[in-house]
Design a protein around this ligand. Structure first.
Ligand code: FES
Length: 136
């Protein structure tokens, strides 16, 4: 039970709602900065193992890359569509998870759980990235 239950905030809204919002977002700046500054885990599609995901830096741009068991690679934007935190690979669930507020995305960027309301943007791996990955 919220300790502000029954009280009103300065906006006239239930104070409990505002308290919950503040508590949920207290750590947001810390996670946002920490994860945005996290270095990429590779610079080639060859750095992504079969059945795994990695945050790569390809041609100066970070991408979230997933390689399926048949070696097909799917790349999406690594930036959560809720408030822009960098997602990370959840090896157990095979999902892209956002550490800031808990949104979860499928390997192709579709939404599994919010608060994000739009999928991760598709990023096509360039021909150069593919050629580099095949030569390794
Ligand atoms: S930034 Fe809020 S869930 Fe990702």
């Amino acid at each position: 039970m919220c300790r502000f239950a029954g009280e009103k905030s300065f906006t006239g809204q239930p104070a409990c709602r505002h308290a919950a919002y503040l508590v949920e977002n207290t750590d947001f700046p810390k996670y946002f900065a920490k994860h945005r500054l996290r270095p990429a885990q590779g610079d080639s599609l060859a750095d992504v193992p079969a059945g795994g995901g990695r945050i790569l830096k390809l041609h100066g741009e970070k991408v979230a890359a997933y390689r399926d068991p048949h070696s097909e690679v799917t790349c999406v934007s690594p930036y959560c569509t809720h408030m822009g935190c960098l997602v990370h690979w959840n090896r157990a669930e095979r999902t892209w998870d956002c550490p800031c507020h808990g949104s979860r995305f499928g390997t192709d960027g579709h939404i599994i759980a919010g608060p994000a309301e739009t999928p991760l943007e598709d990023r096509k791996p360039s021909a150069a990235s593919n050629a580099k990955s095949q030569s390794k």
